[in-house]
Design a protein around this ligand. Structure first.
Ligand code: MG
Length: 275
């Protein structure tokens, strides 16, 4: 996949796969339903598909399987996506969901048995995160209208704030207090997440999920900054496909770090059906 990534850099400027496919001389694939995907990625997807017993499919949940909605508690994984994840779980050595939500919450949302759910951006797989649970409690008790208490992290959203700039300034003050308490503040898609200062992210989670099962082939799909860590977690594998689900809000570097870019959870579903 390194060659493919190099090829993508050579094609710059190319903000998305659709535009690239329209460029003269581009090797868009005319035989596949997914015409925007370049031949090397089609080949890598075929290699994943031909050896499902040695392959992992790892998916973010919000913005990837479930379309982004104003209130995270109203997010839903569409029935057809759920059915597809179920099909994959029956076929591949590992199907996992690595989410910013708690593992329990991700499981409730996706609702497919046989899938491994890892919560709080991989923190749930990091034993040293536990001792910070108490330090997070005061922040979980903040008077903020869109607060999500995840036990090992506290997320403060501002997607629905009437004055986004004002909300962001208030949260910058919260982030400062959290740092004084020894915690870390991370900014995502209209969210500030307070978390323990431990070396755990979606990348460490992906690496341990793969290593535990001795898997050397994997696809990872995600849409946010924390998914870039997961992309890195695929480095060095025999076959790796990093899929960015890139909406208008895609974080900087997401498209460039991906092997393939799809425009929405619907388009991701179309891609998963090829596996
Ligand atoms: Mg996401």
């Amino acid at each position: 996949m390194r060659e493919q990534k190099q090829e993508r850099h050579d094609d710059d400027p190319a903000p998305d796969a659709e535009q690239r496919a329209e460029e003269p001389g581009e090797k868009a694939d005319d035989d596949e339903p997914h015409r925007r995907i370049l031949r090397p990625v089609v080949d890598a997807l075929a290699r994943l598909s031909e050896d499902p017993g040695r392959t992992a499919v790892i998916l973010d949940v919000d913005g990837t399987l479930a379309p982004i909605v104003g209130r995270p508690e109203l997010a839903k994984v569409p029935q057809e996506t759920r059915a597809e994840v179920e099909r994959l779980a029956g076929r591949y050595a590992l199907v996992a969901c690595v989410s910013g939500r708690t593992g329990a919450e991700a499981e409730r949302l996706v609702g497919v048995e046989g899938v491994v759910y890892v919560g709080v951006h991989g923190l749930e797989l990091a034993p040293e995160a536990e001792r910070w649970r108490e330090a997070l409690r005061p922040f979980a008790g903040l008077d903020w209208p869109w607060l999500e208490d995840k036990g090992l992290a506290v997320a403060l959203h501002w997607r629905e704030a009437p004055d986004e700039a004002h909300a962001r300034r208030e949260l910058e003050a919260v982030a400062l207090r959290a740092r004084e308490a020894g915690l870390e503040g991370r900014w995502g898609r209209k969210v500030l997440e307070l978390r323990p200062p431990v070396e755990a992210d979606k990348g460490t989670a992906v690496r341990s999920l793969l290593a535990e099962r001795d898997l050397r082939r994997a696809l990872y799909a995600g849409d946010d900054t924390t998914d870039l860590d997961a992309f890195n977690g695929l480095d060095g594998l025999e076959v790796a496909v990093r899929v960015a689900v890139a909406s208008g809000e895609a974080p900087p570097g997401m498209r460039e770090a991906a092997d393939v870019v799809v425009g929405s959870p619907d388009e991701l579903l179309e891609l998963l059906r090829q596996l």
